[in-house]
Ligand binder design. Structure first.
Ligand code: HEC
Length: 393
């Protein structure tokens, strides 16, 4: 995962350079009104089904290096990669183009896919296979940011649902948004641990998925309490997770009992609430055992939802700032986070607005911290990005 993080950091750095130019076209796209009857939805679904179909074809090769680099399979793999490349390079559906989060994540994915195809074409099979596996994270980043209406958690296809409860099968279901089936497999994996074959180092990963599902996608504290209590019955789970489970159960219990109903807030109320409760730049990063975790997941999920509904709305800049700060808090738990991108958006899209400088200062401080250096020794493309942003102050 670490080498993947490095790869993504690289992708993000290069991506910075394109953001400034991309803003102009994004601004235009945001003026498009989206409704359920939007034909763009059809385009979105076609794109998603293409992703799903090609990843399914590639699946047998993803798990084993020998299969992936076997010349006998090359043509088939190349064909699927080509289709993926065309789909990430083509026109974007309005839902993606018009939403800064989706749009950023999609651009990063597009860059990532094109880079791995280049590696494949040059015989870098190991890198290409690893990066192809990692593509899934981009899928998940979008999919776990949007709630799913109750009762529609299942996807359209049958497939790995009926296969064994392995971590890989559960992940594939999760990536392709078959959340209900994925949850069933995750449940079985932790409840039958260690006999289920789940490795100790994967337990945390499974719980991160389950937390995202309950707090962001299903938004169901009742179900979460019942579910986690069942997990707790397995006394063979590593001790730290027994403790964490108790913390999460309490967090979902207090969600059930809460007076300030975050779930039913209108946008003005939610933004005011987020402004009051948002973490500061020095707030510690949350760990799995932190009671704040569930609330942070919920709050950012709700903010995303509003941003998705009305990306150009009057609160968008505040939402971007809040999201960046919350995502930074969550960044230790999830493999990678878009928080720096939100800060850049907050500056690039809103020149000389009240929060522009706040976002810029946070961004600059964060980048410096990341490179643990002073401005002069930052890589030149990073320095350039900072200078482009500074012009908006
Ligand atoms: C930029 C954001 C984004 C990325 C990246 C993304 N998706 Fe999606 N995906 C969506 C949205 C939005 C939906 C629709 C959710 C809804 O409204 O039902 C969706 C839905 C889906 C669905 C369900 C389609 C249906 O018929 O209900 C599948 C399958 C899917 N995506 C697969 C993938 C795969 C595989 C990847 C990665 C290779 C991926 N997606 C990457 C945003 C994204």
């Amino acid at each position: 995962m670490n080498s993947f993080k490095t790869a993504v950091m690289g992708a993000m750095l290069l991506f910075l350079c394109f953001s400034a130019q991309a803003v102009e076209s994004q601004n235009k796209a945001q003026n498009t009104v989206k409704t359920d009857a939007d034909p763009g939805r059809w385009q979105l679904m076609t794109l998603m089904h293409t992703f799903e179909k090609e990843l399914t074809k590639l699946r047998p090769y993803l798990v084993a290096d020998e299969k992936f680099k076997d010349p006998a399979n090359r043509a088939e793999i190349q064909k699927s990669l080509k289709v993926l490349e065309e789909s990430v390079k083509g026109d974007r559906p309005a839902t993606i183009e018009g939403n800064p989060n989706f749009s950023l994540n999609f651009s990063l994915m597009s860059y990532h896919v094109q880079r791995l195809i280049r590696a494949f074409d040059h015989g870098g099979f190991e890198i290409a296979r690893r990066d192809l596996n990692a593509t899934a994270h981009f899928c998940v980043t979008c999919h776990t940011q949007i709630p799913t209406p109750k009762g529609s958690l299942a996807g359209l296809w049958m497939g790995p649902e009926t296969e064994a409860a392995t971590f890989e099968n559960a992940e594939f279901l999760f990536i392709t948004r078959r959340f209900k089936a994925a949850l069933e497999k995750y449940d079985e994996l932790v409840r039958k641990f260690p006999k289920s074959g789940l490795k100790s180092e994967q337990v945390g990963e499974v719980f991160n998925r389950k937390l995202a599902l309950f707090a962001r996608v299903m938004r169901d504290p009742h179900e979460a309490v019942i579910n986690f209590k069942k997990d707790l019955e397995n006394k063979e789970l590593p001790a730290e997770f027994q403790t964490n489970l108790k913390t999460w159960i309490l967090a979902f219990e207090s969600w059930k009992a809460e007076k300030t109903k975050i779930d039913s807030m209108k946008i003005d109320e939610l933004v005011a609430f987020a402004n009051k409760n948002r973490p500061t730049a020095d707030t510690r990063k949350l760990t799995s055992s932190d009671p704040e975790l569930v609330r942070a997941l919920r709050l950012s999920g709700k903010l995303y939802e509003f941003l998705t509904k009305d990306p150009g709305g009057k609160h968008s800049q505040e939402i971007l700032l809040n999201l960046a700060l919350i995502e930074k808090q969550l960044s230790q738990l999830y493999w990678y986070s878009l928080y720096q991108s939100y800060l850049r958006e907050c500056v690039l899209k809103y020149p000389k607005k009240p929060l522009t400088k706040t976002c810029f200062d946070l961004y600059e401080a964060d980048v410096k911290e990341q490179f643990a250096s002073e401005l002069v020794s930052l890589p030149s493309d990073v320095r350039n990005t900072i200078e482009v942003l500074r012009r908006n102050l």
